[in-house]
Each structure stands twice: as structure tokens, then as C-alpha cells.
Ligand binder design. Structure first.
Ligand code: NAD
Ligand code: TYD
Length: 339
């Protein structure tokens, strides 16, 4: 079995590569990644020592390059993690989100049609459903919830999802889609909330909390997401969407306070800043379908996952110290200075 993993030098894709290499000793994995600001080859250092793993630097929007790769490698399965993934960046500059997330997905779908795969899996997000009100804890996203994206990021992911399903209906391509809630864990780029809290605390820098900090996210440890994708690839039905989430809803401010306590720092570092434009209030997944159909359930409790994650950032300082210098510093100043 040979699997293409696009975007595997990023957060979830790299965790997925390590998960698959360990779970399937007979699988070969090829990672295609453009190494944007979010991609980091150092993350794949150990994988690169494995004979069953190969890295190819390339852009999913480069049609000729992608077709050549498919021609040479003859993939059985393609899993698309490659994306522009940060909501705040999509507010600053939406264009690249459409190009990578929508057009890039189309190139991959065309390559899968041309060369044939037994499965194309699209890594999507619960953000395609828009948000839920804070005062209706009884409501959850199911696979039947209408698409109602709020940000240019989620709109681009929704566009890709519709295209993936259209390629199934029109061309019979064997596709699946997973829509997962917020992930956390090792190799998470420090622009996102949880790694930003850790990194800022380790530098005794303020933690910027948008608005009042009441917004709710449904956090899932990244390995539980990887396990879900593995199950969908092997047991999921073509043409289906699977929501992935573990009923672990938390207010942002409570996440911030928990990490502060974990690191023994002061809550004085919390700084409330101007809210994100169009900020989604609450995400909450109903995972009934993947639980009943595929037997998936999350295995890592948040209190354990967050401990492991904090410890990982303490043990791998060099990994993130390098990332937060240079271009990222410029982004950080543009995003947070005078906010
Ligand atoms: P990330 O930003 O950490 O990684 C994205 C990777 O894609 C990087 O390695 C980057 O170099 C690569 N990439 C970007 N543009 C590319 C292009 N044009 N061609 C090839 N490679 C390209 O993202 P992540 O957090 O790991 O998210 C991975 C996927 O999971 C995304 O599709 C995202 O929408 C989805 N998702 C993320 C979360 C989350 O909490 N992070 C939750 C649900 C779904
Ligand atoms: P983020 O990690 O960007 O994920 P997403 O927006 O895709 O859910 O943000 C998680 C939550 O944390 C979201 O409600 C926005 C909030 N947030 C802050 O309050 N401050 C920050 O500096 C960042 C990056 C996010």
C-alpha cells in the first residue's frame, strides 16, 4: 500500500505520518509539501530515516508537478492535509486560501481521477458548519448540519468539500471527508492558540485573548484525529462525511488558565485584545456517526493531552524557538502590536 500525504510537514499531517508508519509496518508513505511558513522539514527528521518514507517538495496547485508525481509513484490512497490553515491569516489575505485550499484540492482530485486511487481522503474541519450560539449547549454539528462558513478560511475549506463530493457524484471517485474539531499536540505551529499560550508563557510574554475569552472550541488530541482518519481510510464508506470530535468543549479563557496553571505562571499575563472579525462563538461536534459506524472514540483525556503537549514544548525548545524568529516575528507584530 502506498499513501500520498500532502501537507505532511505541518502539524496534523506530520503526526499522521508518524502514526501511520508505526501502525502499518508494510505501508510506504510519500509526503508532498510546499514547505510554506507552516511546513517544517525538521518535524519529519525521524521519518526521513525510515526507508518506507519519502519527502517531495512541491505545491498541490502545480498541476504538472502533481500529475508527474502520481505517474511516477502509483499511489493507492491520497490524503490531503495541505492547506492554508489559520483563520487570522485568512482575514488579512484571503487569496492564497482559495488558491491552495480550493484549487489545490481540485488538482489532487484530477490526478486521482487520471491515475486511479482506491481512496481520496479530504481533511476538512468543523468550521465549515459556521458556529453555534453560546446559549444553546444542546446543539451540536452533525454531518447533516448545513454548510455555513464564517471566515475566508472556512469558506475555502467548504468549497473544497463541495468539490470533493461533486467528484464522487459526477465521476464516481471514491472519496471520504473528515470534519474534525480543533486539534492540539506536538508540532503545532505557535500562531495557534494552545502552542501560542505555551510559547508566550515560557517567554513571560502576555497572552492575547480575543474579546472576552468566552468563545468555545471542542479540543481533540491530534493522535485521536490520526486514528480516526486511519479508520475512515480502511473502513469508511466512499462518498461519506465523518465528523470527528470528542465532546471536549472549553472556553478559550479556561484553556488559557489551565495552561498557565500547568506551567506555574501568573494569570497577570492574560491580556484581553480586540476580537477577531466574524469570530465563531462555539464549535461542538456530534461524533455519533464515526462512533457507531467505525467504532472510533477519543482515547486521550484533555487533562492528560495538555500535560503531554506542554512537556513536548519544554523538551523541544529548539523546534519552536527557530520558528518564532524571522518571518513569524513580523507576522506577530503586525497581528498583535497595538491591537
Ligand atoms: P498546518 O498549517 O500546520 O500545515 C499545513 C501544511 O500544508 C504545511 O506543511 C504547509 O507547508 C503545507 N502546504 C500549504 N500550502 C501548500 C501547498 N500549496 N502545497 C503543498 N503543501 C502546502 O495545518 P494543520 O493544522 O496541520 O492542518 C492540516 C489540515 O487539517 C488542514 O487541511 C486544516 O484545514 C485541517 N484541520 C486542522 C485543524 C486544526 O485544529 N489544526 C482542525 C481540523 C481540520
Ligand atoms: P485558533 O487556534 O486560531 O483556532 P480556530 O480559530 O481555528 O478555532 O484559535 C482558537 C480560539 O482561540 C479562537 O476562538 C480564537 C482564540 N484566539 C485568541 O483568543 N487569541 C489568539 O491569539 C489566538 C491565535 C486565538
Amino acid at each position: 500500500m502506498k499513501i500520498l500525504v500532502t501537507g505532511g510537514a505541518g502539524f496534523i499531517g506530520s503526526n499522521f505520518i508518524y502514526y501511520m508508519l508505526s501502525q502499518h509496518p508494510d505501508y510506504d508513505i510519500v509526503c508532498l509539501d510546499a514547505l510554506t511558513y507552516a511546513g517544517n522539514l525538521r518535524t519529519l527528521e525521524s521519518a526521513l530515516k525510515n526507508k518506507r518514507f519519502k519527502f517531495v517538495k512541491g505545491d498541490i496547485t502545480d498541476r504538472a508537478g502533481v500529475l508527474e508525481l502520481f505517474r511516477n509513484e502509483k499511489f493507492d490512497i491520497a490524503v490531503n492535509f495541505a492547506a492554508e490553515s489559520h483563520v487570522d491569516r485568512s482575514i488579512m489575505d484571503p487569496g492564497i486560501f482559495l488558491s491552495t485550499n480550493v484549487m489545490g484540492t481540485q488538482v489532487l482530485l484530477d490526478a486521482c481521477r487520471e491515475f486511479g486511487v482506491s481512496r481520496f481522503h479530504q481533511i476538512s474541519t468543523d468550521e465549515v458548519y459556521g458556529d453555534l450560539p453560546l446559549d444553546r449547549p444542546d446543539l451540536f454539528f452533525t454531518e447533516e448540519t448545513p454548510i455555513r462558513a464564517s471566515s475566508p478560511y472556512s469558506a475555502s475549506k467548504a468549497g473544497a468539500d463541495l468539490l470533493v463530493l461533486a467528484y464522487h457524484r459526477t465521476f464516481g471517485l471514491p472519496v471520504t471527508i473528515s470534519r474534525c474539531s480543533n486539534n492540539y499536540g506536538p508540532y503545532h505551529f505557535p500562531e495557534k492558540l494552545i502552542p501560542m499560550i505555551i510559547v508566550n508563557l515560557l517567554h513571560n510574554k502576555p497572552i492575547p485573548v480575543y474579546g472576552t475569552g468566552e468563545n468555545i472550541r471542542d479540543w481533540l488530541y491530534v493522535e485521536d484525529h490520526c486514528r480516526a482518519v486511519d479508520l475512515i481510510l480502511h473502513k469508511g464508506r466512499a462518498g461519506e462525511v465523518y465528523n470527528v470530535g470528542g465532546h471536549n468543549e472549553m472556553k478559550n479563557i479556561d484553556v488559557v488558565k489551565l495552561v498557565i496553571a500547568e506551567l506555574g505562571k501568573s494569570e497577570d499575563l492574560i491580556t484581553y485584545v480586540k476580537d477577531r472579525a466574524g469570530h465563531d462563538k462555539r464549535y461542538a461536534i456530534d461524533p455519533t456517526k464515526i462512533q457507531t459506524e467505525l467504532g472510533w472514540s477519543p482515547q486521550v483525556k484533555f487533562k492528560d493531552g495538555i500535560k503531554t503537549t506542554v512537556q513536548w514544548y519544554l523538551d523541544n525548545r529548539q523546534w519552536w524557538e527557530d520558528l518564532i524568529s524571522g518571518d513569524y516575528l513580523k507576522y506577530y507584530e503586525k497581528m498583535y502590536l497595538n491591537r
